[in-house]
Write a protein that binds this ligand. Structure first.
Ligand SMILES: [Fe+2]
Length: 135
């Protein structure tokens, strides 16, 4: 399974969209490892770190925009980012301890596909539209 960027994920901000495309590339490398059942801890760790680095950068970038342009839903949006990071870190710890197994693979997909698509379609679109008006 892999995630594809399409116009229905467009946020209204080309900067945010460019970053979402890169985020999807990195999510897909994790999904590929999960689908392959990669067991090498070192490889899993590298792929997880590759995604984590960009998640941190990208959420930080959105949050800078929120602060700069006084976005009224910033607190709720940031809470969603924090929730993602917390859940992702827990999954990462389990991945490192357990290796890949079916229930864990499903939780990773739920977070990295369902949560992310939902977040992009609603929360990031609302932010992108706001930025479009303000910038
Ligand atoms: Fe966001």
């Amino acid at each position: 399974m892999s995630l594809q960027w399409s116009e229905n994920l467009a946020s209204g901000s080309s900067d945010i969209d460019t970053q979402h495309k890169e985020l999807i590339v990195r999510v897909n490398s994790l999904l590929l490892a999960v689908d392959k059942g990669t067991t090498a801890r070192e490889e899993i760790s590298k792929i997880v770190q590759y995604l984590t680095d960009y998640v941190v950068f990208h959420f930080g970038n959105e949050e800078k925009y929120m602060a700069k342009y006084n976005y009224s839903s910033a607190t709720a949006h940031k809470a969603q980012h924090e929730q993602f990071v917390r859940t992702f870190m827990k999954l990462k710890d389990r991945l490192m301890m357990e290796g890949i197994n079916a229930p864990l693979a499903q939780e990773i997909k739920d977070l990295c596909v369902d949560w992310l698509v939902n977040h992009i379609k609603y929360s990031d679109r609302a932010l992108g539209m706001y930025l479009k008006m303000k910038m």
